[in-house]
Design a protein around this ligand. Structure first.
Ligand code: BMA
Length: 319
């Protein structure tokens, strides 16, 4: 018997690499971090931190090797500001970072937890100390958003996930100025029935630019008799028209398998919001929330993901 599937990601042996036990102030849990590589090679994680009220904020952790010796800020980096941004009344969650070379700034797109559900908010920063908030750019119910790093025909492009019950798909919207959004395009649909990504999908980290197209790691949520299972899959989108899907994988590539992913505040969740790419241009370090409780690191290869996608293209007539 050969029951071996292709492994695209290898978990770090020191996983989980960050958890509440590492935090310099009292918190409930640390998960779903955004990630970026700073110009000096430092890995910066913007971690989602859930306090002991159940509300989330973001705190920066920095490491020279992206694995250990994290320098964690002694206080929250970005807190909800419900006085000026009432949509943040129940906290801010799941950040994704994109560097915009045109502006010389990082954009952080995150979930604002309003009384009417989650919406998408945006803030710009140069240094991860001061942030220029733009407020809500996609009204509830919407989340799982990230900006692409450059304009397409003069327009910025945002991936996001509005909910149209009972299903939730990935959409792309465009803006000339990051404030006003329109030209909404359906990008990737949740499948139906028994599929691992039936009914509800969403972007995980921001897309990875490759010569073959935008490589997207997305999550699928499978509902089972004992709760949801969050797993990851792959799709490739056109470089010039990023809302156009070129390939979609059939199987999931990464799912909850270790105890720290299967047991926690929310069981059976792997949820990456960021990655870094090594100087070789191929090695990817994926930072993911494990069971809404801690942060795991898994390492893979962009080339191997593209090859896998070529071999595991979903046959459209069977979807
Ligand atoms: C999703 C998001 C994530 C969370 C996951 C599992 O809907 O809210 O923040 O990790 O559920 O609870």
């Amino acid at each position: 018997m050969n029951n071996q599937h292709t492994e695209l990601f290898y978990r770090h042996k020191r996983n989980p690499i960050l958890s509440a036990a590492n935090w310099p102030y009292p918190v409930n849990s640390i998960f779903n971090p955004a990630a970026t590589l700073l110009p000096d090679g430092t890995t910066l994680l913007l971690c989602r931190v859930e306090d002991r009220r159940g509300h989330s904020h973001f705190t920066v952790a920095r490491s020279d090797n992206g694995v250990d010796d994290w320098r964690i800020e002694s206080r929250p980096t970005l807190l909800a500001d419900p006085e000026h941004f009432p949509e943040e009344v129940w906290g801010i969650e799941d950040p994704r970072i994109t560097y915009l070379s045109e502006l010389g700034k990082y954009v952080v797109v995150y979930t604002a937890f309003s009384r009417d559900g989650p919406g998408v908010s945006l803030a710009l920063t140069e240094d991860f100390h001061t942030f220029e908030r733009y407020g809500v750019i996609m009204s509830p119910e919407d989340k799982d958003a990230a900006l692409l790093p450059r304009r397409f025909g003069g327009q910025w492009a945002l991936i996001h996930r509005p909910v149209s019950a009972p299903r939730a798909h990935m959409w792309m919207s465009f803006s000339p100025d990051l404030h006003h959004w329109g030209n909404h395009k359906l990008m990737l649909e949740a499948r139906r029935g028994a599929w691992w990504d039936a009914n509800k999908i969403g972007l995980s980290p921001p897309p990875i630019e490759t010569a073959q197209g935008w490589l997207v790691i997305y999550h699928g949520v499978r509902q089972t008799a004992s709760g949801s299972i969050y797993r990851l899959g792959l799709a490739l989108f056109d470089l010039q028209a990023p809302e156009r899907c070129i390939k979609r994988g059939d199987e999931w590539i990464f799912g909850p398998q270790e105890v720290y992913e299967q047991r926690g505040d929310v069981d059976n969740v792997v949820f990456p919001c960021g990655y870094t790419i090594a100087p070789d241009g191929d090695t990817i370090h994926l930072y993911y929330g494990a069971a809404d409780t801690s942060i795991g690191l898994a390492t893979g290869s962009v080339r191997a993901m593209l090859e896998w996608l070529e071999q595991h293209r979903a046959e459209v007539r069977l979807i």
